[in-house]
Design a protein around this ligand. Sequence first.
Ligand SMILES: [Zn+2]
Length: 543
Amino acid sequence: MKFKLFPKDEKFFALFRYAFLISGLALLPWLSASPGGGGPRGFWTPQDPPKARYVIDAHIDAANGNLEGKGIIIFRNAARSSIDTVAVNWSTGPASSLSVSVSGEPLAPLNQDNAATLPSPLFYRLPEALRAGRTIKLEIAFKTQVAFPPAKAPHTSSSFFPSLNWDGLTVHDSYSVKLDIPPGLTVAATGRLDPKTGRYEAPAARSFGVFLGKGMKKESREVEGVLITTVATEKGARAAAICLETADDVIRFARAWLGFYPFSYLTIIPGGDGRWGGYPVATGMVAIHGQETYKDGESPLWWKWITAHEIGHQYWGEWVLDADDPAWLWIAMGITLDTEYLTRRGIDPERRAKWMGNYLNGVRSGYDMTVDIPPAQVEKIPYDHNNTVIHSKCPSIVFALDSLLGRPAFEKIYKRCLTEHGGRGLGWRDFERVCERETGQSLAWFFDQWVRSNAYLFYKIAATDSRPESPGFRSFVTVRRLGTMRMPIPVKALFEDGSEEIKVTERGLDTNVLVFISKARLKEAVLDPEKKLAMLDEPVPPN
Ligand SMILES: [Zn+2]
């Protein structure tokens, strides 16, 4: 994700050299073409990285284990300043090569420190600076050695061919890829295969995935414009069949709820051996682990859950891109989708509580689970940060927002992010802005507590009282704050005649006395009746 740019002196040298070459009047048009000022400034990334078009023809020579290909990468400089250097994700060495040309003129990589092996990314200075608004076509030819044919494990890749690198930022590119694969291998790839041209076409994708396997079974189904495909081994086929069935239902559900599905294809491929979950390999391609562990007669719940979860990542992560590092919003928003599906369909009514469980265990263990911390600090965390914070506290933040703002406002925000940020990054600060614009209220107090602190929620009903008062009853519910976080807490009062009423506490008060007027006596009061708040029910044991 992160790599080192030019050392400072090299950038300086370039500036110095060009200042020398270009003098007096000649400098003026150059300056106007490059409002950033000065001559070539080395590699830089536009605020919105260019979307590129990849037209690639790749060939696998299974006998020699070679992958080779050629193609073009086209992009337009939509930024205000000229681009004179590009970075390409590819490394070269004894078994791997890359040639990049412009109009037939080959470019030499700038990375010359150790020419025998050059690590990714490779930097190329363009023969002519690409002015604002201009388009360039890079011709590439590449070769690498991969373990072909996949003897036992299949081959899964999201970096099958060279791609542009814009400081690791993601964008939606367009792809047209032909894969010349030896017979006997099952192939799956991002996009839809055009039977006339034999090319995989993906008009807007974050990355292009390729799967190659031996002895695989492939099943496909078209669902409301989405081609769902599963690829599985003989042994994993029964789990894959549940995944296919579920994907069909989740896509129908999500389309009905959100109004669209972001891609016209979804391929589910086998992942690792154990039941570890799954992961998005590339756009429209998800891996689900442990399909071969399926046991006859087992509950389909695990497979339904993981399939719904991975589809959530297609909306969040592949369609709306995440702008943060560590990135968490895409996971939290994706989890919101699978939770919505599993609870509304009645498949797993406890799903929301299950997602919040690891976080609450972390609170009980006294962990510092502040979300917004730099990557270097994440590396030092001794507990399972991915499961405790990213996959548990972070969805809890979105669930809490749902509770706070109410369903109609929350749904509007959820959909607004999907329509406004398709193909663009959405970091948690951007998300906060969207929430504030939608509701017209400052939500800094909410995000500060949940994202930038380790505060936790713990409220308790301290007392209830119900007194006859003509013509019915007046009831009091006293709610006390025992945790370190302040939130308005919905409280549901249930009365003896079956009627009920919900009131919300004032977040600034440590003790709230809610008053209910009813026909019948108060039977019970319940905090957070929707169960959307990750809240303790007992004090944290002292450490
Ligand atoms: Zn996930």
